[in-house]
Design a protein around this ligand. Structure first.
Ligand code: NAD
Ligand code: LMR
Length: 329
């Protein structure tokens, strides 16, 4: 294995998502089978022993692509030289809560981590926030890292994206891989706007295969509230599927998205796409080229999509006002 190792920092390494995510990164699922990985695990002090147990299991797996594993409770050390940062560590919501209810519990985590990334990470660092509320936490981290370009801070909306693909595939009797060009606009919240206006199923327009009532009354609310449905049925928030989303998001960011398709990424809005104002982290259709996400422009926006975008802009601006009032940004 001739290549130099990449450094990946995962926060919340002893948590449920971490337990699934770390093994897949260690096995080469993000960077490929020829790129060795050094893992840096960040946990809170009381969970260091649990993180040590996870590291022992990683060692026991004897992955060819895993070189070193180090464990920290200090973000300034955990992000030293990091090329890829996955900010997972945060409290999950319980039944009956909305993700925005977690702002006061979790928001304070992301400023110090953003600052540590700013001061210690590698120049090419790519950051993905999974901990909820993911879009607003990504914004908090980006604002705390003035020397890192805003576009390097993303919120994971890949799980919303794959949930939407799965629901549509089941409805039309297609395979997941037959479905292209779907997008989930906006926030990783119940306000999100899953959109099949541009979607094809084996080359056919998805909108011709399903009726509007299904899209509006079944598909969209089901996808948007799938996280709550999982909590209700599983008794805990999604973990393995969230890890899969984080892997797919990171792999595509590093290795590029397939031609002829796009995905959904929570990206820092610079104000130049689809009328979304500058300064919020918003789910856009995106492709990855040469290690950078690019918003897919030029999609025709229907009245329904515009209403969905507007609703999400308002919700994210409200979340921004909350973090400002809490002194988090
Ligand atoms: P979990 O409670 O199982 O694990 C969270 C871990 O984070 C714990 O081990 C905890 O000790 C650690 N932690 C807490 N504060 C930390 C800090 N400051 N630094 C480092 N580690 C810290 O939770 P989980 O199921 O792994 O979920 C983690 C987060 O991901 C939650 O906020 C959840 O809502 C969110 N989530 C997001 C998505 C998404 O699609 N964006 C999907 C699923 C879950
Ligand atoms: C999800 O979408 O599954 C996660 O954001 C967890 C949650 O609280 O819904």
């Amino acid at each position: 294995m001739a290549q130099a190792p990449v450094t990946v920092t995962v926060t919340g390494a002893a948590g449920n998502i971490g337990y699934s995510l770390l093994f897949r990164i260690a096995e080469g699922a993000v960077f490929g089978p020829d790129v060795p990985v050094n893992l840096r695990l960040l946990e809170i002090t009381p969970a260091l022993n649990a993180a040590k147990g996870v590291a022992m299991e990683l060692a026991d797996s004897a992955f060819n692509t895993l070189y070193d594993v180090d464990i920290f409770d200090d973000p300034n050390k955990a992000f030293e030289g990091t090329n890829l940062a996955l900010l997972v560590g945060a409290m999950p919501r319980k039944k009956g809560m909305e993700r925005a209810d977690l702002i006061s519990a979790n928001g304070g985590i992301f400023g110090p981590q953003g600052r540590a990334i700013n001061d210690h990470a590698a120049d090419d660092v790519k950051v993905t926030v999974v901990g909820n509320p993911a879009n607003t936490n990504a914004l908090i981290a980006a604002k705390a890292a003035p020397d890192v370009p805003n576009e390097r801070f993303t919120a994971m909306m890949r799980l919303d994206h794959t949930r939407a693909i799965s629901q549509l595939a089941e409805k039309v009797g297609a395979r997941n891989e037959d479905i292209k060009k779907l997008v989930v606009w906006g926030n990783h919240s119940a306000d999100q706007h899953p959109d099949i206006s541009y979607t094809t199923v084996n080359g056919k327009n998805a909108v011709d295969l399903v009726d509007d009532a299904w899209v509006n009354d079944v598909f969209r609310p089901r996808v948007a509230k799938r996280g709550a449905e999982i909590i209700e049925v599983r008794g805990a928030s999604s973990a393995a599927s969230a890890a899969s989303g984080a892997i797919a998001h990171s792999r595509d960011w590093v290795q590029g998205t397939p031609e002829g398709d796009f995905t959904t990424v929570g990206m820092y809005s610079d104000g130049s796409h689809y009328g979304v104002p500058e300064g919020i982290v918003f789910g856009f259709p995106a492709v990855s080229r040469n290690g950078a996400w690019e918003v897919v422009d030029g999609l025709e926006i229907s009245e329904a999509t515009q209403a969905g975008i507007d609703k999400n802009v308002k919700a994210l601006q409200e979340e921004f006002a909350i973090i400002q009032s809490l002194g988090l940004a």
